[in-house]
Design a protein around this ligand. Structure first.
Ligand code: ZN
Length: 186
């Protein structure tokens, strides 16, 4: 951030009184611009033991496969956001969805929440941000062409849980890359 969104003056980085973190602060109007993690919500949509994947039409990871997911909008619940993103990216409707995977990604200030549910009907199609949308069984998932670690971990967990038919909510931390850990010298 370079300029104050309230008054347009330049902001500076400092620790406000009574705080313990560096913030963007406007000396002109005294607004403190807090920055907090963002939530990404999406769906693991299944049909029998197949999963619905979207091939990305956008950067990052253009051309790689992902689960339909995206940033929550103001005024939504996490579940509404997940269903909306699934409609926008895969033109699919979901039923009986339940929260399944929560990922903390502190190195990019994001929290991912994936719901698991069944494809409501056999209708799906590529939305604006997808090149194609397909159902994959476990043996034909393009494991080396998945867009993000959160996607591969969610799919592997799903195929592990199928054996017990229990799908408890799980929380996983995606660790900081070693060279980017807070306090590292590089
Ligand atoms: Zn200002």
């Amino acid at each position: 951030m370079k300029f104050c969104s309230q008054c347009g003056e330049a902001v500076s980085e400092r620790i406000p009184a009574g705080d313990n973190r560096v913030r963007f602060v406007c000396a002109h109007c005294e607004t403190i611009h807090y920055q907090n993690p963002r939530i990404v919500a999406g769906c693991l949509v299944t049909h029998e033991h197949q999963v619905l994947l979207c091939r990305r039409a956008i950067e990052p990871r253009h051309g790689f496969w992902t689960l339909p997911a995206g940033f929550m909008e103001n005024g939504e619940t996490t579940e509404q956001a997940a269903l909306r993103e699934t409609w926008e990216e895969a033109r699919a409707r979901v039923e009986a969805q339940q929260l399944y995977m929560l990922f903390n990604l502190p190195h990019i200030n994001q929290v991912y929440m994936f719901f698991r549910g069944q494809l409501a009907d056999m209708e799906f199609a590529a939305g604006e941000e997808s090149l194609e949308v397909r159902l994959f069984g476990e043996s034909d998932i393009p494991w080396d062409q998945l867009a993000f670690p959160t996607i591969s971990k969610t799919l592997r967990q799903y195929y592990a849980d199928i054996h017990t038919r229990e799908f408890p909510v799980r929380m996983l931390d995606i660790p900081w890359p070693p060279h980017r850990r807070p306090g590292s010298l590089s």
